[in-house]
Design a protein around this ligand. Sequence first.
Ligand SMILES: C[S@@+](CC[C@H](N)C(=O)[O-])C[C@H]1O[C@@H](n2cnc3c(N)ncnc32)[C@H](O)[C@@H]1O
Length: 281
Amino acid sequence: MPHDSTPASEDATRSYYDNDDVDAFYDAVWGGEDIHTGIYAHEHEAIADASRRTVEQVADKVTDVLTTESTVLDLGSGYGGPTRYLAERFGCRVIALNLSEAQNQRHRATNAKRGLDGLIEVVTGSFQDIPYKDRRFDVVWSQEAFCHSGDRARVLSEAVRVLKPEGALVFTDLMAAEDTPAEVLRPAVSRLGVDALATPDFYRRTLTGLGLSRIDFDDQSSQLVHHYVRLTEETHQREKELRDIISPAYLDRLLGNLPLWAAAAHREQLRWGVFHCRRAW
Ligand SMILES: C[S@@+](CC[C@H](N)C(=O)[O-])C[C@H]1O[C@@H](n2cnc3c(N)ncnc32)[C@H](O)[C@@H]1O
């Protein structure tokens, strides 16, 4: 059932990603494809390469379901790096549901340039109210998007509703450690427009309540230190160039905010990894 009004977290997310500064930062630092936590082969690896490894490893979990006959729903699809990877590797169809129209325009343009617009449909909308019928998708996929939600139980319930009975739900998300009080992370998290992050236990309990019987969490929390250190280093090293494309106020805020994430990762107050869920073994 649709919400009566747009949740505050959606307004915050839309204005966050539709902002030119934010767009320029993500594009410059991640390279215009992926915007999520990387899996680093070594501590100096390029952010784009590590982020691509994450997509490969998530996709490896669902190779049994993905064929030219299958359809994936990507929730919170950003610039479309993961959707293009899936369409190219498996020849599957992908529907990319994303709130930010600025990102969606860029996503569609890149798909067209790469000849993938026949396989990927980019739809502007919210994963709080997925505009598709029940049991429609072979794979529901999401990366670093649920962290923006003000109602994550609803997002998961929507994701499971549109999944075929034999389908797979796979997602990565930035989470808090179970014992981290929300107020400790609030100075860092406020940039995302939400009060708090989910925890792995929250996702596990909620998914169990939705009837999923196989819920694997591939815990890769140790990657967060590398990732936030690399983001902070990269932003500092490219500060001069970034100052030409990003407003000084935003860049200064970022340079203040990124070390908060790196410090929280060092203190093991954050968690991150890949959830892979099925209805039965
Ligand atoms: C960190 S980016 C990740 C993008 C992409 N998944 C990736 O890994 O490259 C988070 C994305 O979530 C999207 N998002 C956040 N809240 C959303 C919502 N309620 N509905 C749809 N998309 C949303 C944003 O527009 C943004 O593209």
